[in-house]
Design a protein around this ligand. Structure first.
Ligand code: ADE
Ligand code: ZN
Length: 349
């Protein structure tokens, strides 16, 4: 079911928070072509239409292959500034006031980038976004399960040494057929040092990976986690501990993990009373955006304006913000919704 024009307009305009999006997966085709030319990287296609065809994923391995090719187009600090500035403009266009973005620094280090220079460059662009566009961005450097565990050391080190460069958390991504156990110590150190933890799990594999994320990684949020619904004990545990799932519906369909939106576990996740947020994951690779994902979910679950607004406020609650930052944004969101006729005690909207 699709949403009517009025609800669609409300979703487009309302203030939003995005908690699960990858910087490298947010590079739109024209920017990618520009970077590939700049860095003399041969892409499988030389125009936007060809790039779109390249992005029809056969499976998760194909997706990772595309990801690595895109990453090879990023070399100098200016490249990272270019993609971050474009990303922030897009977030501002969608009125996404706070974003937490995964970023795979270890892949870029393996490609020969200067990690310190990249951190400086990213911080400069984040600051510009905050000042000029009024949107906030925080980083989640992620450890990749399916590469040499020594690269995880680089990720943790980069995260810890650049905390004042807008790093909020440490993440875990990649192929879930690779266990989380080798990274237990990285997550323990991150926690002891005061970094948050957001872990991809229960996307490509079953509930066991979500248990691992909780028990070995001290995950505070689960990236995807859609397979958690297959284990009632896990559902109880997630609900009891209020661990949110970062749900990315179109990503799951594009990667063949869910047959269609109608069969997506989002309905069960909501009915079970689990905390969740809606996100785009890799918007450029899946031809989507947070706005689009919210529209799809609103249509599928037949949500009204008030229920859609509560998705924004729930994501804000789940964000890795300080209490002061959260209060400020919550006040701004409440004022916006009130102006739009959604005061805290008004009817369903
Ligand atoms: N890296 C980028 N997108 C990802 C996803 N959906 N799952 C795991 N790792 C990823
Ligand atoms: Zn992801």
């Amino acid at each position: 079911m699709s949403v009517d024009a009025e609800l669609s307009d409300f979703i487009r305009r309302m203030p939003k928070v995005e908690l699960h999006v990858h910087l490298e997966g947010a590079i739109r085709a024209p920017t990618l072509l520009q970077l590939a030319k700049r860095r003399s990287v041969e892409l499988p296609a030389g125009d936007v239409a060809g790039i779109e065809r390249w992005l029809e994923f056969r499976d998760f391995d194909h997706f990772l292959e595309v990801y690595l090719t895109i990453s090879r187009c990023l070399r100098d600090p200016e490249d990272f500034q270019l993609i971050t500035a474009a990303f922030l403009e897009e977030q501002a266009r969608q009125n996404i006031r706070h974003t937490e973005a995964h970023f795979t620094i270890s892949t870029h280090i393996a490609n020969g980038v200067n990690a310190g220079e990249v951190a400086e460059a990213l911080a400069e662009t984040v600051l510009d976004g905050e000042r000029n566009l009024g949107v906030r961005l925080r980083w989640i450097p992620d450890i990749v399960r399916n590469v040499d565990p020594s690269r995880a050391d680089q990720t943790l080190e980069w995260a810890l040494s650049h905390r004042d460069h807008f790093v909020a958390a440490i993440g875990l991504s990649g192929k879930e057929s690779h266990a989380a156990a080798p990274f237990r110590e990285h997550f323990e150190v991150a926690k002891a040092e005061g970094l948050h933890r957001a872990v991809h799990a229960g996307e490509q594999s079953g509930p066991a990976t979500v248990w691992e994320a909780l028990e070995l990684c001290g995950a505070e949020r689960i990236g995807h986690g859609i397979r958690a619904v297959d284990d009632p004990d896990l559902v109880d545990e997630l609900r009891r501990r209020r661990i949110p799932l970062e749900v990315n519906p179109t990503s799951n369909v594009c990667l063949g993990l869910v047959a269609s939106l109608a069969e997506h576990p989002i309905r069960v996740i909501r009915e079970e009373g689990l905390s969740f947020s809606i996100n785009s994951d890799d918007p450029a690779l899946f031809h989507t955006s947070l706005t689009r994902e919210l529209e799809l979910v609103a249509g599928e679950l037949a949500l009204n304006r008030r229920e859609v607004a509560s998705l924004s406020t729930a994501a804000l609650d789940q964000a890795f913000l300080t209490p002061g930052e959260r209060d400020t944004l919550a006040g701004e969101f409440a004022a916006w919704f009130e102006k739009d006729g959604l005061s805290p005690d008004s009817p369903s909207g």
